[in-house]
Each structure stands twice: as structure tokens, then as C-alpha cells.
Design a protein around this ligand. Structure first.
Ligand code: CFM
Length: 533
């Protein structure tokens, strides 16, 4: 017998019932019961707003978004955390992002954690001297091409000018040195850190190397892919097989040189829209490189994205080669998918992750024929939920105004529009769209829940009332969820699994989810409200 699930509206009401009135009202605006109108519009959701004090949130800080997420995966820049040792230690990337230097001797600083180790003395008397000494020391030890400095909360509070130190050290050492004002408190979440990282990458590195390398054909950048668990390796191999030339990835498995050269590519593909759309937009304005949205999570998403890339170049051979790769891979994946879907069909999932994966991974659950009951982001903006069409109506509040908006104009020499009006028309006739992201909600079923910045209390209510078969979240949530008898699949790193991108990655995901939703062990754990056996 199928147990009747409470409706989405009932769960929503129950989630906010325990809150004080004002907070309940705010949270109610951040929890939407999904419905999609025939023209694709969805209910408005409040996003990118401050988390109320006292709420246990999944969010991280601005420094994490800047240093940990965007710049962290680049192997040959020495990233120095200017701050107390804890900030550096906890943002040590250890095993999450992977990278593959061409030889064992090539530069790779990703396994290190560089910190100025600020202590009481510097908090009182200032930390600029210690920072300059750290930059010098890093240079003497490694002679890197570039050194970057990341500000933590106390740096902003005591007023150290990291940019002035960076300029001085750049002159002294003759290498690129630049800083980030990414103090943890700078924005409402790590999203502010993405924006700050994008700005500085653009200001200090992109555009420094004009040489068109390789064959000069089908040159692309992949934006917003961070090589978690080797994801980018899967995509890179596919590109090679299809015939695309990857100029730069921002920033999985990347190098300083790739960023410097990235403005020579002819197409930008945006995977994680939230973290990197600023670079895509700025590259378009300054250099004339158009961007498209792609998704290499799931087999169907990968096939669709490869087709979009090939179509852009309007080259028969490239299209045929891409189709051949897709056909070969899809045949293999489909056999596996059927096998796993027979075991996972009808099971339920919820996803609360970051600013893009809660959307992207839904495609994999569709392939497993599972039902997504609820999803939400930690720190995304309304456009990631409702689509870019709402951007003009997003209110700019004081917290967003706090983040610098670069004013970009077409470069007088380097601007080169890659698609002319007739090509654009031809592509548009095939339904091709540039600069477009439709967001997560239009692709979700009606009567599902969309929850922004879910709290720990709401997580418990969700599990209690809907008992999903798998809950996708991160390490902070994992054990709380599992103690409630529900398996938690981490999607920020992949526990022991992954990669999950592209065709092979999809099959890895099918296998791992099958193991979780069909394991009898979860039925043996009892939530506190259940009577123990
Ligand atoms: Fe983009 Fe990311 Fe994500 Fe993200 Fe992140 Fe991340 Fe994430 Mo963790 S850039 S928004 S800030 S896809 S670290 S690699 S997994 S929360 S969904």
C-alpha cells in the first residue's frame, strides 16, 4: 500500500510553525511550493538574503567562496590566507579538488596550506608587515608565477590594506601578486566570495597572454567546473575525443597560464552559473566571447551540452565526430541505466546543496527514474531558481551593493565579436540560445518544495514528514540526517565515490545511489520520535 504523503503546502506550514512570527514570515518567502505556468514562469522565491541569527544554516562564508571554491583549484598560484591559522587550515583543500600537473616536477601548490598565522600581536599592531614577509618567503621557497592574498574577517576589522601590500610585492618580486577583499563577513554567504574572485581574476590575469595556441579551431573555455573528485577529467577527455580544444577551465585542473590566455577562446560554456557567470558576462563585454549554459552532470545533460557546443561552430566534421562519441557512450550508459533504474524506480530524493548542484543532479535522479520531492540552494540568487528572466526585477540590497561591480567596456584592440548577426539568426532558428539559464524551478514537478537556505529545523521536519529515500547535502548535515535513518549522499565532495560528471560519471552515480536507497541498514536506525524496537 502506498502511504499518502502530506502535501507540499502542509510541509511548508509545519516548517515555519515553530518560528517567531517575523522569522516565520521571512522563511515562508524562502519556501515555495513549485508550480510552472505554461510560459515557464514560477513562483517568486526570496534568495540571497541574510540568514537570521540563531538559525542553523548550511552556508559558508565569503572567504570560503573566494579562496576555497574559485581560486583553490588552480595549482600554480600560491594562495596565501591572511588571517588566523584556523581559516587557512579549514580551507585546506586536501582531497576534494583534483589536479593533474603535466609532470611530477611541474608546479603544484594545491597540497599546501599557506597562512600568515595572524596572532594577537598583529591584531593589535597590524598585519601588513607579516603579510609582506609571508609573500617574500613563499616567493623564495617556490618562485611561483603568481601569489594571491585572501583576507579573512580580522583583516577587514583591523584595516590591513592587502592590495597595497600586493602592489608593493609585485614591484619588488617582479611576479603577479594580487589580493582579495573577501573577508568572511563581506556578504551573506560564499556567493559574495565568488563575485569578488571573478572580479580579481578578470582584473589581474585574464587577457595577459594573447597567443592563440593549438590548432586555432573549436577553442572553448569551461566556466564553473571545479574538478571535484575528478569530474573535470571526464569532461576534458570527452572534449578531446569530440575535437574541442579546451583553453581554460575556471577553475578545475587549471593553471595561471590558462586564465591569462582564456580571452582567446571562441566560446564560453557556463556549468555552475552561480559561481562564475560574472566572468562569462565580463568576457563577452570586453572580448566578444558569447556564453552558453551547459550541464555535464547526467548522461542526457552531457549529450545535450556536447551537441550545443558542436552546433555553435557549424562545422560538419565536428558535429559528426561529436555525434559518434555520444552514440557510443549513450549505448553503454543506457544498458547500465536500465539495470539500475529497475531497482531505484519510484524512490524519492531531496537535494540541498550550494548554488547549482541541487539543480544539476536532479537530471541524474530522472535517469534513475526517481522522484525529486524537494530541492534548494544554500546561497543561490533568484535567477538560479527562477531563470535569468527575473534578473531585472531582483532588488539590489545593501549586502549586494557591498560587492564591487566592475564597469567593463569593449577592449579597443582585443574585442572581436565571435558570432555575426547571420550566424546568430541561423542558430536561433534551431532554438539555440546564448546567455540563457532557465533556472531550477521550471524543471521541477508541481507540488514539490523549493527551499532556499534550508535550516536544520526544516531539514528535520522534511525528513519526518516526507521520509525521502536519499538526502543530498554536505558533511555538516550528513550525520544528523543519517541518525534519522535516511542515507545522505554528499554532493560537495563525493565521500568515496565519483567522479559523477559526463557518461562514465553518470554510471558511477547510478551505482552509488542504488547502494544507498536499497541498503537494508537504514531501516535498522530509529529516529528519536520512533519507538525503538
Ligand atoms: Fe558552483 Fe561548485 Fe556549486 Fe559552488 Fe560550493 Fe562546490 Fe557546491 Mo560545495 S561553485 S555553487 S560554492 S557547483 S563548494 S564546486 S559543491 S556548495 S553546488
Amino acid at each position: 500500500m502506498i502511504e499518502q504523503r502530506p502535501s507540499a503546502e502542509e510541509v511548508r506550514k509545519e516548517m515555519v510553525a515553530a518560528y517567531p512570527v517575523k522569522l516565520g514570515k521571512k522563511r515562508a518567502q524562502q519556501i515555495a511550493v513549485n508550480e510552472v505556468a505554461p510560459d515557464g514562469t514560477v513562483p517568486e522565491i526570496l534568495a540571497n538574503a541574510r540568514t537570521a541569527p540563531g538559525i542553523i544554516t548550511q552556508r559558508g562564508c565569503t572567504y570560503a567562496g573566494c579562496k576555497g571554491v574559485v581560486l583553490g583549484p588552480t595549482r600554480d598560484i600560491v594562495n596565501i590566507t591572511h588571517g588566523p591559522i584556523g581559516c587557512g587550515f579549514y580551507s585546506w583543500l586536501t582531497r576534494r579538488n583534483m589536479t593533474l600537473p603535466p609532470t611530477p616536477e611541474s608546479e603544484n601548490y594545491m597540497m599546501y596550506s599557506f597562512s600568515t598565522d595572524l596572532s594577537e600581536n598583529e591584531i593589535v599592531f597590524g598585519g601588513e608587515k607579516k603579510l609582506a614577509a609571508a609573500v617574500r618567503e613563499a616567493y623564495e621557497l617556490f618562485h611561483p608565477k603568481a601569489i594571491s592574498i585572501f583576507s579573512t574577517c580580522p583583516v577587514g576589522l583591523i584595516g590591513d590594506d592587502v592590495h597595497a601590500v600586493a602592489r608593493r610585492m609585485k614591484d619588488e618580486l617582479g611576479i603577479n601578486v594580487f589580493g582579495f577583499s573577501c573577508e568572511g563577513y563581506k556578504g551573506v554567504s560564499q556567493s559574495a566570495g565568488h563575485h569578488i574572485a571573478n572580479n580579481q581574476l578578470f582584473k589581474h590575469i585574464v587577457g595577459l597572454d594573447d597567443q592563440v595556441k593549438g590548432s586555432g579551431r573549436f577553442r572553448v573555455n569551461l566556466l564553473g567546473e571545479y574538478n571535484i573528485g575528478g569530474d573535470a577529467f571526464e569532461i576534458e577527455e570527452l572534449f578531446r575525443r569530440c575535437g574541442f580544444e579546451l583553453v581554460a577551465t575556471f577553475s578545475g585542473n587549471s593553471t595561471y597560464g590558462q586564465f591569462a590566455n582564456s580571452h582567446t577562446a571562441d566560446l564560453n560554456m557556463v556549468m555552475c552559473h552561480r559561481s562564475i557567470n560574472y566572468v562569462a558576462e565580463m568576457m563577452e563585454k570586453k572580448y566578444g566571447i558569447p556564453w552558453i549554459k551547459v550541464n555535464f552532470v547526467s548522461a542526457s545533460g552531457t549529450a545535450k551540452s556536447l551537441r550545443k557546443m558542436a552546433a555553435y561552430f557549424e562545422d560538419k566534421e565536428l558535429i559528426e565526430r561529436t555525434e559518434a562519441v555520444i552514440a557510443e557512450e549513450m549505448a553503454r550508459v543506457e544498458e547500465q541505466r536500465r539495470k539500475y533504474a529497475a531497482r531505484t524506480k519510484g524512490k524519492t530524493a531531496v537535494l540541498f546543496v550550494g548554488g547549482s548542484r541541487a539543480h544539476h543532479y536532479q537530471e541524474l535522479f530522472k535517469e534513475l527514474e526517481m522522484k525529486v520531492l524537494a530541492a534548494g540552494y544554500e546561497f543561490a540568487h533568484r535567477d538560479d531558481y527562477e531563470g535569468r528572466r527575473v534578473i531585472p526585477s531582483i532588488k539590489v540590497d545593501a549586502d549586494s551593493r557591498n560587492i564591487e561591480e566592475l564597469h567593463i567596456e569593449a577592449d579597443p584592440e582585443k574585442f572581436n565579436p565571435r558570432v555575426d548577426a547571420t550566424a546568430e539568426e541561423r542558430l536561433a532558428a534551431q532554438g539555440y540560445k546564448f546567455k540563457d539559464y532557465e533556472g531550477m524551478m521550471p524543471e521541477m514537478d508541481p507540488d514539490t518544495l523549493v527551499i532556499d537556505d534550508i535550516s536544520s529545523h526544516e531539514t528535520e521536519k522534511l525528513i519526518e514528514m516526507w521520509k525521502p529515500d536519499v538526502f543530498c547535502a554536505g558533511i555538516k548535515e550528513k550525520y544528523v540526517i543519517q541518525k534519522m535513518g535516511v542515507p545522505c549522499k554528499q554532493l560537495h565532495n563525493y565521500d568515496m565515490g565519483g567522479p559523477y560528471n559526463a557518461f562514465r560519471g553518470a554510471v558511477n552515480f547510478y551505482r552509488d545511489i542504488d547502494r544507498m536507497v536499497n541498503s537494508p541498514v537504514w531501516k535498522l536506525a530509529h529516529a528519536p520520535w520512533e519507538t525503538p524496537v
